[in-house]
Write a protein that binds this ligand. Structure first.
Ligand SMILES: Cc1cc2nc3c(=O)[nH]c(=O)nc-3n(C[C@H](O)[C@H](O)[C@H](O)COP(=O)(O)OP(=O)(O)OC[C@H]3O[C@@H](n4cnc5c(N)ncnc54)[C@H](O)[C@@H]3O)c2cc1C
Length: 376
């Protein structure tokens, strides 16, 4: 599978990604080919037209895309957002959506959770969905919602029961499938955000958007559970992208260190250049083991919250350290866009913040694994 993904990626060289980055373009052709090859439907069971593979296999796909210099950001969402439909959708919803997602007819690339005023404090989100006959009416705002303009469907999290009326703050939130093709211009306004990386993230404004009641995913009030289940898969897959990025930077730095001659010898002869590369390698291999462990637990249906969080944090740290090391190894040339390092450097930085920031991972480990007092 690694070889097959690498062969497909080879048709989209780094010049392709550099051009898209400069033009703020979307890798439509790449995503289409990845889909046609069956990679993006890896996690969809065979009975719904997918490959029926595990997260461990999906990790190989994501890692390889990143390692080949591509930007995996346009590929990961379909894999984990689909999980919300698979695990919590009714049989009718699964039959209606999953085969079309697997064939590429429908793109489920968007996941609407984050809000401008509440950020990481998800249970306080202010977007509401109020039942009105056969529809829910949605009002509120989201921010940083990636790929909305390149997706047909979005999974949305909104509050259906006010926070003051629920016994637990995680209750009273509901998840919906939003058909973006109908919603945009009919109660949903999309405004792209000019950002440091080419991730196609947008602000969303909901003004009485009507969603058919049949588009509720899972039970009303249980939406937090619906998105939380998918979050472990999201963290593991993104961690594997970070491993791919880290290996990309290590490969690139090693090659350059052997090649670049200064003071009449390759710079890689100096331990001041060698050791940072070796350290990044060791960190990356250790993080990759944690990613593998988290994916194995996930596929076995076992609890993996701690491992998924740790994998995400360790892999994001490894890729960021490797990015910095690669910049340093390349000296001034690292700043030239032609070398692609600065592009990947910008891209990999995201993962220490999204989809969950390092502090929140540490907080999870402290409270849920080590039993330390809650801080919020
Ligand atoms: C390019 C991009 C794409 C994204 N795509 C999506 C998407 O598709 N869908 C979606 O729903 N969201 C998306 N996001 C949002 C992303 O998940 C959030 O930015 C991220 O979860 C952090 O939330 P925030 O930005 O509101 O930070 P805040 O919650 O405001 O936090 C700011 C900083 O304070 C720290 N902090 C906050 N509270 C605490 C605490 N109690 N203890 C210690 N530290 C704390 C955080 O760790 C962080 O470093 C995207 C973001 C970006 C930048």
């Amino acid at each position: 599978m690694r070889e097959a993904v690498a062969a497909l990626c080879a048709r989209y060289g780094e010049d392709y990604w550099r051009r898209l980055d400069a033009e703020r373009g979307y890798p439509t052709e790449f995503v289409r080919e990845m889909n046609e090859a069956g990679f993006l439907s890896a996690l969809i069971p065979e009975e719904y037209g997918g490959a029926g593979l595990g997260v461990i296999d999906a990790c190989v796909i994501m890692e390889e895309i990143s390692r080949r210099g591509a930007h995996a950001g346009a590929c990961h969402a379909q894999m984990y957002v689909m999980g919300a439909v698979l695990r919590h959708g009714s049989e009718a919803q699964k039959r209606a959506y999953l085969p079309k997602i697997a064939s590429g007819e429908l793109r489920l690339q968007s996941f609407g959770v984050t809000e401008p005023t509440t950020g990481t404090d998800t249970t306080k989100l202010r977007t509401t969905a109020r039942r009105d006959g056969d529809v829910y009416r949605v009002n509120g705002q989201k921010v940083w919602i990636s790929r909305v303009q390149h997706s047909d469907l979005m999974v949305l999290l909104a509050r259906t029961t006010p926070l003051e009326q629920v016994e637990k703050k995680t209750k009273g939130l509901s998840a919906f499938i939003v058909d973006l093709r109908e919603a945009v211009g009919n109660g949903l306004t999309v405004r792209p955000i000019d950002a440091m990386i080419n991730h196609h993230a947008c602000e969303l404004f909901f003004d009485d958007l009507a969603i058919p009641a049949g588009n509720l995913l899972g039970k009303e009030g249980d939406g937090f559970r619906v998105v939380l289940d998918g979050m472990n898969a999201e963290r593991i897959l993104i961690a594997s992208e970070c491993i791919g990025d880290a290996r990309y930077f290590i490969d690139k730095a090693s090659a350059y260190a052997k090649d670049r001659v200064v003071f009449e010898r390759p710079i890689g002869t100096n331990q001041g250049i060698q050791f940072p590369i070796a350290k990044c390698y060791a960190e990356t291999e250790a993080a990759a083991l944690m990613v593998e462990r988290a994916a194995t637990l996930f596929d076995a249906g076992e609890k993996c919250g701690a491992e998924a969080n740790m994998a995400k944090m360790l892999a994001a740290d490894a890729s960021w350290n490797a990015a910095d090391m690669c910049m340093q190894t390349h000296g001034g040339f690292a700043f030239s866009r032609e070398y692609d390092i600065e592009r990947k450097f910008r891209e990999t930085r995201l993962y220490r913040i999204a989809p969950i920031s390092t502090n929140l991972v540490l907080s999870y480990i402290a409270e849920h694994v080590l039993g330390l007092p809650r801080s919020f």
